[in-house]
Design a protein around this ligand. Structure first.
Ligand SMILES: Nc1ncnc2c1ncn2[C@@H]1O[C@H](COP(=O)(O)OP(=O)(O)OP(=O)(O)O)[C@@H](O)[C@H]1O
Ligand SMILES: [Mg+2]
Length: 251
């Protein structure tokens, strides 16, 4: 069964038809890249998966996004639970202006997953180890998260997501505010995380998509042009528009 099945999915910002009949099956424990020129709907699609678009006024959707077989757009879906299961990390690291420790513990407390100090401590440590941050910061857990470098902040944001044990991690251009070395290190982290999580990453960086993803979706003007194995998309795409884009002829 596909982990994420996007089926005849449409999204409108009021009158503007931003996603046009999208169909994609995303398999479990793989990295799927979403690429395409600015404004084509990549972020909108990503944010539809855990329904954080819901908060935007005037938004309207049709179709389905099934996760492990159930439609997240069904009535009565527990959106908080959905967002716990499907974590998201944004372009700019957005740690809360509280301590490193409290950032990672945040979701555990808010969602009442754990309150015993020993359990929270353990989860904080494990999550920070998972993002390879623990060794650097284990002696300054009480310091403000804002004292970290941008790369460390981005790792912290990923740790904050991991702490509440999601199955899916969505990353919206997670490296775009990082330097090339930090970018490569975050990419290595993604490759490692895919053993445990299903990852969907939006990126403008074609080399990045080629390095980290198994499958790639190419979008244009709200439509999915082509979805296939990354290698195929980059070496022998079926559609001319895809070829033009991946070879840098436009976008
Ligand atoms: N809240 C909103 N209200 C109205 N229109 C919006 C809203 N958010 C996005 N849009 C429009 O929807 C389209 C898709 O936007 P989206 O942000 O998903 O594109 P994107 O592919 O992520 O672009 P970028 O690469 O620049 O991040 C754009 O035309 C954008 O202007
Ligand atoms: Mg975007």
């Amino acid at each position: 069964m596909a982990k994420i099945e996007i089926k005849n999915f449409n999204l409108y910002y009021a009158d503007f038809h931003a996603l046009k009949n999208i169909n994609i099956n995303i398999e479990e424990k793989r990295v799927t890249a979403v690429v395409g020129p600015s404004g084509c709907g990549k972020s909108t699609l990503l944010k539809s998966i855990n329904r954080i678009n819901d908060i935007i006024e005037g938004i309207h959707t049709t179709g389905e996004i099934n996760i492990a077989g159930s439609n997240t757009y069904d009535e009565g879906v527990d959106v908080n639970l959905l967002r716990r299961n499907v974590g998201i990390v944004f372009q700019r690291p957005n740690p809360f202006p509280i301590s490193i420790y409290e950032n990672v513990a945040f979701g555990l407390k808010v969602n009442r997953i754990a309150s015993r100090k020993s359990v929270v401590d353990e989860t904080v440590e494990k999550s920070l180890k998972d993002v390879l941050l623990w060794n650097d910061i284990k002696d300054k857990l009480r310091k403000s998260a804002l004292s970290l470098t941008l790369e460390q902040q981005q790792r912290l944001c990923i740790a904050r997501v991991i702490a509440v044990t999601p199955q899916i991690i969505l990353l919206d251009e997670p490296c775009s505010s990082l330097d090339p070395i930090a970018t490569r290190r975050i990419e290595e982290l993604m490759i490692k995380l895919k053993d445990k999580y299903t990852i969907v990453i939006v990126t403008h960086n074609m080399q990045q998509a080629a390095r980290v993803s198994h499958d790639t979706a190419f979008m244009l003007l709200g439509q999915l042009v082509e979805f296939d194995k990354t290698e195929k998309i980059f070496t022998n795409p079926s559609k001319k528009e895809t070829d033009d884009y991946v070879t840098g002829r436009f976008g």
